[in-house]
Design a protein around this ligand. Sequence first.
Ligand code: ADP
Ligand code: MG
Length: 267
Amino acid sequence: MKLGYLLEDYQKTGIKIPLNIKLAKKTSSVLIAGKSGSGKSLSARWYIGNLLTTGESAVYIADYKGGEEYESFEGSSSYASGSDAVTMIQDFYDFFVFVRQNKVKLETHYTLFVEEWFGLLTYAETQSKKLKAELQAKIGELLAVSRGLNMGVFICVQRADAHLFDSGSREQFQCVLSFGRCSAEQFRMLGFSGELEENPTSGYKPGQALVLIDGQESVQEIIVPQISNPAVLEREIRDQLDRQPGLAALISGTAEGWNRGQTVRTE
Ligand SMILES: Nc1ncnc2c1ncn2[C@@H]1O[C@H](COP(=O)(O)OP(=O)(O)O)[C@@H](O)[C@H]1O
Ligand SMILES: [Mg+2]
């Protein structure tokens, strides 16, 4: 999957040098942090389009806020907004438990994409403390174990505070992105090292981000391109979302034309 293009080359020469990650068994869980307006959601949509059209991963979206950038996915069984976003997380977790218990070898990678994690947790807390704890524990377990099963989690959040995650879970992301202006506090929270002052971080525009990938020593600067024709991308994503089986069907084995663990066909 393409995270974006190296910022310096892009700005200086216009050359697009992609920064790639491989989800399957490697960089399966990604944290996308950044203040409101920093470009998280638009980049997220680009990433989802990337994953689906290349067939790198099936994607299930839990979007509590029901953002307008996801409007065209409404009604797909692979997209849930509002309180249904909670169910989407629970269903993905149930699928994960099913895969683990039955030792299913997934050929395709499966990704749970959670938008506005803080908002979703806050909502869960208004329902019950138990629900909030349950969601945190499930995401924590997915982050800790799902990579080996060919599954992963993407989480979008404004501030990557430790209290939003089960103990230690925040460190389980193999890739961390910080969009827009990155405060010194956020810089530390994300586990970035080095001097913030040395990075032109404070000047970052929407769609520009700092990235730290597991196994790589230094933080890199990237830019996610502005999508020239969002309607086309949205239609492509929607088509793919409609083609992948719902989680309930995967768990019950009733996904028509799909064996559990089958590869996403991209044609
Ligand atoms: N890749 C990009 N290139 C240029 N502008 C962008 C890019 N991504 C986002 N923006 C601008 O920033 C605004 C906020 O983006 P959005 O993805 O909604 O941010 P967030 O989800 O972090 O609040 C967009 O309406 C757009 O104007
Ligand atoms: Mg957003």
